[in-house]
Write a protein that binds this ligand. Structure first.
Ligand SMILES: O=C(O)[C@H](O)[C@@H](O)[C@H](O)[C@H](O)COP(=O)(O)O
Length: 271
């Protein structure tokens, strides 16, 4: 059978952020249930920015097997873990410190390597390799769920418009020293990681995201970093937006994309 093409993005919008937060929590809990049933653990990657605060709906959820979660960070700023710019710290303050995930299952950067970005990104890639088996055998880590934000310029992770890292096809984790969003030094997952996940979900809210969300969804040919997120089959990409952010996006295909996604999930024993 020829490989299936990537599925169209599944788009959900909500009248306000609290409904988005509740629905996102249900979505994550469902993804963890499916993953634990099929693979015995739940691998989840988190972003920084506004995402951590939108995960608060997970705190106190019933039926969650926290001891089976393995957490990574889609991108990380090159600062100590207790620094106010750290994505680990943002996620920890908003969500991780409120749930009983064992600390050794929260995979953070090695703070002793902050002065050597090459070593730092290499070490983080090695943490991925050790969880997802040998790089050569697996070729790519396949996350159960990757949660992303969309920056005002259409960036995601630390993959910025026009940056050479958009073309990376080999490394799983890369570094940059010229991030246009401060701080300049960061490490980031690359598309080979993002585009092999079972589920990727973007979370966007607010008027200020309207034009960019429209561009990312309706003009994919522009090649903005968010538009390049197209997980290989059977992977799926979802958007959780509030109505303010969704105002200009063309959502006429939303029902059809939801139907196709359900069909793909039902037909594929891995998702
Ligand atoms: O480290 C980072 O800066 C983030 O991981 C980044 O990719 C973020 O997700 C977007 O910039 C969206 O941020 P907002 O949701 O705050 O707009």
């Amino acid at each position: 059978m020829p490989p299936q093409p990537p599925a169209p993005p599944v788009f959900y919008s909500f009248p306000d952020t609290s409904k988005l937060v509740d629905s996102l929590a249900n979505f994550v809990v469902k993804a963890q249930k499916d993953a634990i049933e099929k693979r015995g653990k739940f691998t989840l990657a988190l972003s920084g920015g506004s995402l951590p605060n939108n995960l608060k709906g997970l705190i106190g959820q019933e039926g969650v097997q926290w001891d089976k979660w393995e957490i990574f960070f889609c991108d990380e700023r090159v600062v100590p873990l207790d620094h106010e710019d750290s994505n680990f710290r943002a996620c920890n303050d908003a969500f991780l410190s409120h749930v009983p995930i064992p600390r050794e299952q929260i995979h953070t950067i090695d703070e002793s390597l902050l002065d050597d970005l090459d070593e730092l990104s290499d070490e983080y890639e090695k943490q991925l390799i050790s969880l997802f088996a040998e790089k050569n055998a697996a070729r790519f880590p396949v996350f159960d769920l990757i949660l992303l934000g969309m920056g005002p310029d259409g960036h995601t992770c630390s993959l910025f418009p026009g940056h050479e890292l958009l073309l990376e096809t080999d490394r799983w984790v890369a570094y940059l020293e010229d991030s246009p969003k401060p701080p300049a030094k960061r490490i980031t997952f690359t598309y080979p990681v993002i585009n092999h996940a079972y589920r990727v979900a973007f979370v966007v809210a607010g008027d200020s995201k309207q034009d960019m969300l429209h561009a990312v969804l309706d003009q994919p040919e522009e090649g903005l970093p968010c538009s390049r997120v197209r997980p290989a089959a059977p992977g799926l990409v979802f958007w959780f937006a509030d109505d303010a952010a969704a105002k200009k996006a063309n959502t006429s295909d939303a029902e059809e994309a939801q139907r196709l996604a359900k069909e793909r999930i039902n037909a594929n024993s891995a998702i």
